[in-house]
Design a protein around this ligand. Structure first.
Ligand SMILES: *[C@@H]1O[C@H](CO)[C@@H](O)[C@H](O)[C@H]1NC(C)=O
Length: 231
């Protein structure tokens, strides 16, 4: 009985130790930039998906919405945007096209454009400017069997988002893809192989019958022999 008052104390002590040892939950780390707004109101985040095509910019949602909402983590418009993040590149071999998807950075963006390096080197081709709601674009007239590096650049009044330095463009705003050979080429190849096989078997048959004719077929010889008269 004497030990019982001690137990709850131990429990409380150990619980507080455990809690004390834990780092603070990472609540709203992204919201540093919007601290004022966050502390002013219990408003929710705006219905904003950085990867959604034709997504209205968060700041415009904030302006237009009936209730206040938050755009946490948005960088300053006085700085060039952070790089967007390249997503999936869908290759459409039949049309020699590819559709590039990306996600917006948490920065004010006025425009995007794509840079395309055929063969992965040399001077890039720059695509047309796309407004800030775009999250995908189509690349046309790609070469079947060709290899490409594509990067997406975000632009605002303060400048352009950067590209990864060096020759390692396989992440962040850039990606690498290859076009498969045109399906027509594969069909032609299949027809070619098929024809070759057919010709081979034909010539094998012809040889077979020619040889049989020349050397005399035992079966035909048997059939040619007069049948014994039936009684
Ligand atoms: C962006 O472009 C799309 C498609 O061309 C268009 O519907 C939309 O109104 C444009 N948005 C802005 C903000 O210019």
């Amino acid at each position: 009985m004497r030990g019982s008052p001690c137990l709850p104390w131990l429990l409380v002590l150990s619980i507080s130790l455990v809690l004390g040892a834990q780092p603070l939950p990472p609540q709203d780390l992204e919201e540093e930039d919007d601290e004022e707004e966050a502390s002013r109101s219990p408003a929710t985040r705006c219905d904003y998906d950085p990867c959604r095509h034709l997504q209205v910019p968060c700041k415009e949602l904030q302006r237009a919405g009936p209730t206040a909402c938050l755009c946490p983590g948005l960088s300053s418009p006085a700085l060039p945007p952070h790089p967007p993040r390249l997503g999936e590149v869908q290759v459409m071999a039949q049309e020699s096209n590819a559709v590039v998807h990306w996600c917006a950075p948490f920065s004010p963006v006025d425009q995007y454009w794509l840079l395309l390096w055929p063969g992965g080197k040399g001077t890039p081709q720059r695509g047309p400017p796309l407004n800030s709601t775009f999250r995908r674009a189509e690349l046309r007239k790609l070469t079947p069997g060709g290899a490409y590096v594509v990067c997406v650049v975000a632009v605002n009044g303060a400048g352009e988002s950067g590209l990864p330095g060096g020759a390692g463009p396989a992440f962040g705003p850039c990606g690498y893809f290859t076009m498969p050979p045109r399906p027509q080429t594969l069909v032609n190849a299949a027809i070619g192989v098929g024809t070759a096989l057919a010709l081979l078997s034909c010539s094998a048959l012809v040889w077979h019958f020619c040889l049989r004719d020349r050397w005399g077929c035992p079966r035909r010889a048997r059939r040619a022999a007069p049948n014994p008269p039936e009684l």
